[in-house]
Design a protein around this ligand. Structure first.
Ligand code: PMP
Length: 430
């Protein structure tokens, strides 16, 4: 531990197995929207620790509660309940619209989606699932299976679960049906295709209301309403995967609220735990009861631990007390306006899009998706002190740079990020 700062990367490569496109950064501390590496270089974190740090890095309130709870009771296994878990479940029931009122807890988004799909299958007695093309739901078997955007990550996983139907996302920028005016042709076409390939009676439809890994594609309200209606007609459960979008990021507590619909199961993870791996699915009393009656058992080692829940509660307190959902809406607008300006000025930007503080710049070469060029822009941003997400070279839809700062972000930080992005685009475009 007496290493010179220059040693870290070399040592990392000897003992940590990692993906080939990990940027060469050794980060050691953070505060709000900023992080610093071991050389003292400062970066704006417009990825929010991969969406986990919505309340910003090292929030003093969260640090304090984490310390206090660690000294009282961290873990008691999954057979016992605890006050923090009860308070957190009550808070989630308050935040989620009726009739969503019952929570199941676990630790990660993958695990929560796996649980949501399992509950849907158990409750409906069916096994087929519809998911969006370009969707991403995680790295466990069913979550993988429902993740069309995880093709490369699935390598080595063997045969995929049967009965998954993929529906086209409403991706207006590259819509093959109509241009500009969405008449839901993609939805109608998808359902025709899926009805030919499956029984037409799925257990669930799992949806990201802003597709994240698939290129930051917000779902138009009418598309969301069509999915809700489809689920009602077919007695299927609608699962909202709000791993990225939940708890204020889009300027509402949940992204589905923009469409005025209510899903049957909501998955929240990343931003819930304020940095501690914490996830929940929130569902209706009827679904929870049916699942339990049919013998649903979760039995995870970390399932609403006192430590997870106390920190999550403090994190939600911060979001509420600092009015961060409203800040996300306001700063999201500032970010959107700025990115829009960049899109009009730079040839290699195909489109700027997003919802609140999840925004994307689609990088193109001519009209083609340009993931390698996007990686170059991303690196140019990093060199200038800005961390952006969405970097997935070699994957066609990895051509959209993702901007998702903590919800605490200030106007000055948004403007600084936009200035850096512009400089990076100029450098690359030149
Ligand atoms: N759902 C979505 C929409 C995600 O973006 C992710 C992760 N990026 C997951 C699920 C999986 O979450 P985790 O990595 O916590 O398992």
């Amino acid at each position: 531990s007496s290493a010179e700062p220059t040693d870290w990367l070399e040592r990392d490569q000897k003992v940590v197995a990692q993906s080939p496109y990990a940027p060469p950064l050794v980060l050691e501390k953070g505060r709000r929207c900023e992080v610093w590496d071991v050389h003292g270089r400062r970066f704006l974190d417009f990825e929010s620790g991969q969406f986990c740090m919505s309340t910003g890095h090292s929030h003093p309130r969260i640090a304090q509660v984490a310390g206090e709870q660690a000294a009282i009771l961290m873990q008691i296994g999954n057979r016992f309940t605890n006050p923090a878990r009860i308070l957190l479940a009550e808070r989630l029931a308050d935040l989620a619209p009726d009739p969503l009122a019952m929570s199941f807890f676990c630790s990660t988004g993958s695990e929560a989606n796996e649980t949501a799909l399992r509950i849907a299958k158990l409750v409906t007695g069916r096994f087929e699932v519809l998911a969006q093309a370009r969707g991403y739901h995680g790295r466990t078997a069913s979550a993988y299976g429902a993740s069309s955007s995880a093709r490369r990550m699935r390598r080595g996983a063997g045969p995929q679960p049967p009965g998954i139907g993929f529906i086209s996302p409403p991706y207006t920028y590259r819509c093959p049906f109509t241009c500009g005016t969405c008449d839901l042709s993609c939805w109608k076409h998808s359902i025709e295709m899926v009805d030919r390939a499956t029984s037409g009676e799925p257990a669930a439809v799992i949806v990201e209301f802003v597709l994240g890994a698939g290129g930051v594609i917000p779902v138009p309200p009418d598309w969301a309403k069509a999915v809700r209606q489809f689920c009602d007609e077919r007695d299927a459960l609608l699962i909202a995967d709000e791993a990225l979008t939940g708890l204020g990021r889009t300027g509402r507590w949940f992204a589905f609220e923009h469409a005025g619909i209510v899903p049957d199961i909501v998955v929240i993870s990343k931003a819930l735990g304020g940095g501690v791996p914490t996830a929940a699915i929130i569902t209706t009393g009827a679904v929870a009861e049916a699942a339990l009656q049919r013998g649903f058992i979760q039995a995870a080692s970390h399932q609403g631990d006192p430590f997870q829940c106390a920190v999550a509660l403090a994190n939600l307190d911060v979001i509420q007390e600092e009015d961060l959902v409203r800040n996300a809406e306001r700063m999201g607008q500032r970010l959107a306006d700025g990115l829009q300006r960049l899109a009009t000025r730079h040839q290699i930007v195909g489109e700027a899009r997003g919802l609140g503080l999840i925004a994307g710049l689609e990088i193109i070469d001519g009209v083609e998706e340009a993931p390698e060029l996007a990686a170059v822009v991303s690196l140019a941003c990093l060199e200038r002190g800005l961390i952006v997400g969405g970097l997935r070279p070699g994957i066609r839809e990895g051509n959209t740079l993702r901007f998702a700062p903590p919800l605490t972000v200030t106007a000055a930080e948004i403007d600084e990020a936009l200035t850096i992005t512009e400089a990076a685009l100029v450098a690359v475009d030149a």
